[in-house]
Structure formats: C-alpha cells, structure tokens
Design a protein around this ligand. Sequence first.
Ligand SMILES: Nc1ncnc2c1ncn2[C@@H]1O[C@H](COP(=O)(O)OP(=O)(O)OP(=O)(O)O)[C@@H](O)[C@H]1O
Ligand SMILES: [Mg+2]
Length: 502
Amino acid sequence: MDITNPDLVKIERGDDDLSFREIEPGKVYSRILIDQDSGRIVYELIEPQMEQRLQTVYSKYVKQYMNSGNRSVINISLESGGEKGKKPLPTDIYLDQRDADVVRYYVERDVSRYGRITGLLLDPDVEDISCEGAMKKIYVFTKEYGYIATNVIFNDDNDLNFFIRKIVQDSGKNISIADPIVDSTLSDGSRIQASIGNYVTASGPAFSIRKFRKEPFTPLDLIRLGTASAEIFAYLWLCIEYGSNIMVTGGTASGKTVMLNSILLFIPQNLKIITIEDTRELRLPHENWLSLVSREGIGKNDPVTGKRTGEIDMFDLLTASLRHRPNYIVIGEVRGREAFTIFQAMSTGRYGLATFHAEDISTLIHRLESKPINIPRSLIGSLDAAIVMGNFVFKGETKRRVKAVSEIMDVDSHHGEMTVNNVYSINTDDTFKSSEFSYLLAKIGNRYGIEVGVMERDVRIRKNILEGMIRRNMTTYGEFTNLIFSFYHDRDAVIESFKADR
Ligand SMILES: Nc1ncnc2c1ncn2[C@@H]1O[C@H](COP(=O)(O)OP(=O)(O)OP(=O)(O)O)[C@@H](O)[C@H]1O
Ligand SMILES: [Mg+2]
C-alpha cells in the first residue's frame, strides 16, 4: 500500500515572519524573519525531520537509485533492512509509513532533484542562490530583502563536490580536475556556474545559480525599474526596427543579458533571427527564431584545431548560421574568435546584437582592437552603438542602470580616430540626459531617405506608446509582445489608440 502522508511538516506562519511560503504543501516551506541573535534578516528553509536512525536506510536507497537507470520512481519498502533474497543490512529496520515517506522525500530530493537546494530553486521569492563553500551558509537573493543568509549548508567539501558533480552531470556537462569550472543550464532553465576542488577558489568548491525567470524582462519592466527611460527605449526601438548593430556592454552581472533580451523584443516579427550562446539565456517570441547553443567536446584538445572531439563553439555556429541568411544575428556573449566574424557580417548587411564584457566604451573598443580579438579599426566602425550598463548607488541602494548609450561615429580614415557621441547618459540624480543630436538616427535617415526631424518625431511617438502602456498597466510579457506585433502589423491603429490617451 502506498499512502503518502500529506503532513510530514506541520507549520504555520509565525507572528514575526516577514514572509511565509508554502513551497510543497505538507513538505517544504520557507520563511523570512529577523534573527533574534544577530538582528539580521534571514531565510529559513523548512523540510521534514529525518531522524538519525533512518540515516542508513536513506544511504542504502540513495546508493541503489543513484546507480540505477530509473531514478524517477522511488519505492521505499516498509521493511527496509535488506533487499529480498539478500542478507539484510547490519541494522534491520522496519519503517512506519511516515518514516518511509520521509526517507522517500530525501531520496527523491537527492537522487532525482537538486539535493539540498531543491526548495530554494522552487521558491518563487528566490532569484539567485550562492554557495561560497562548504560549512558556509548558502545565500539567496530575494527581490524584497536582497542577499540574505539561509539555514542551508553543505557539511564538508566532499559533500559539496559530490553535489556539484552530480548537478553539473545531470545538466549534460562535465566537471573534473582538468576542467574545474563549468557554466551550464539546469533542466528548469536556471543558469549555474560552479567550480570544484581547491583548484580555482581558495576556499574550495563553490557555485552560484541565477534562477530562470519564466518571462524575460521587457523594456516596460526596465523602465519601471528605472534602468533606462521610456525615451531611451523608444530610440532603441527605432534603431532596431530599421536595423542596427548594437552591443550591450558592462561589468559582471550588470544586466547586459537582460537588456539585450529586452531590446530583441523590438525586432519586427517577420525577420529571421539567429541567437548563438554558450548557455541558453535568451528568449524570443518570434516564430522565425533559431536558437543555437554551443557544445563542449570530450577528451584532450587536438593539437591542430585546438579543439576537443565533438566540440562546437560559437565560431562554428556563427559561420554555419550565416548560410541561413538571418536578418539579425545575436551573440549571447562575444569573447573569442567569433567576434571577427560577427563584425564582418555586420559590415556586409547582416545586423548584429551582442553583449560584451567591458566597463565602458573605451575599454570596449580597446578590447575589440587588441589580442586575441584584433578587429581592425575600419571594421569597428560597423558597430553603430553601445549600451553601457553599470551599477549605481542611489539613496543607499545599488541599482542597475544604463550608464550611457554611445553612438560610434565614423572613423577618420586619415588618422584612424574614432569619435563617440553619448546620445543618452545618466545624471548623478538618477535621471537621463540626451545629447542634442543623434548621429545614428541621421545615418539611418540617410539610408532610407527620411529627414532627421521625422526620425525624432518617430522616437516621440514610440515614447508615448511605451509611457501609455505603463499608464494603462499593460506591462506583462504577453501584452508587451502583442503590442509590438500589432504595431508592425498596423502601426497607424496603434499610434492612434495611444493618441487618444493624452
Ligand atoms: N535592470 C535590472 N534591474 C534589476 N535586476 C536586474 C536588471 N538587469 C538584470 N537584473 C538581474 O541581475 C542579474 C544579472 O543580470 P544579467 O544576467 O543580465 O547580467 P549580465 O551582465 O549579463 O551578467 P554576466 O556578466 O554574468 O553575463 C539577474 O539575476 C537579473 O535578474
Ligand atoms: Mg550575461
């Protein structure tokens, strides 16, 4: 008989709880509260209690199921001392139903789910998970309280190394002494960066997970968060509609990928888009979208090609994808030899969008021009603009902001000098200023025979639509993408419907 005890955990919201979540009814809960001793806000994950005496039974089943092909159905017998026909384990243990359910919970959690962090991954309040080592509290990032310590902890390096190896292997990649750092995507779409052993981090194994958001941030979300203004997005909308080459640049975790994904939503739906990434992060509503993800090889690097057996890198994907004649090529993060190809493509009529790790525009250009990327200055000129992301502290809080939108103006063919126009930049009081003139709008206008004044009016019209959507509270992903689609289908009707608003 298989009766699952519905209440392995009995708990209710406490008076002091700042937040209380039922993650899996009867089994997993979380609460955020102020720790009495430290006075700090902490996160508590609550799971069923497993008594010490059940440990051997648990270990036996973990071993058995880890080695079996089928990890999805876990059966725990009430007589768990030994397997049928075999000698019983030294401890002959008989479980009652509750014991069996608790053991099943933990075996399932550790064999077929994400071990100790399963509850954190399932908690909708948690956005990021970071573990800096064994015997250290895992931290989670929550929208409301920022980074807070949890009661989840790995007991020792072996425990943590084992966990990392398993979670990385389950995601289809490998981590080993030869390759101790991995960046991968979990089956729920979350992105993990992990390292094992003492090879990379002084403190031993560590990992961080950026959880998958069901729906990417839209420009409206970013306007509401203050990341950029409606006018900046209106400008980007126009540039992307007409076709532009834009890179989003900034430091680690400055919001580059989020910004890139949000502006991709402006691409007209009839265009062919190819995205190329090492880990899948970008998501688009377009039907004509092909998503390519690179693949790691196995074994040693081939001395001739420098690659491993089966390896397909971004460069391979990019060269192959150019044959598909995409209108827009999007590269998740430009790092290596694919950079040259994307610049060549951009200079021959394809449009390219990408992120690139550089703190500011001069570093961006410098890195593009130096080893190992080595793009000649004449090709750099095919980049139309860069969106520079940065972290700023306003009123004591760190915010992700567009630091500047910089247009790359023509490269002087005599001196090779390059001038940059900051068409938008952030002020110290968290507002944005714009320059008098946009060279990119003028360039696009030239190409299509449209006067600059008309381009500027088009920016205002789009700004009005974006602001109107926020006013009307039409800010879900679905509402946003629908509006963009209807705009490209019948723009006059959309413009008209927002005029009536004013
Ligand atoms: N404008 C924003 N406002 C608030 N949170 C944001 C914003 N942009 C990104 N985030 C959050 O910050 C984290 C990092 O964002 P993102 O992946 O875009 O950064 P990145 O610069 O691409 O990082 P990496 O250098 O690792 O590629 C994510 O958890 C994301 O949800
Ligand atoms: Mg990124």
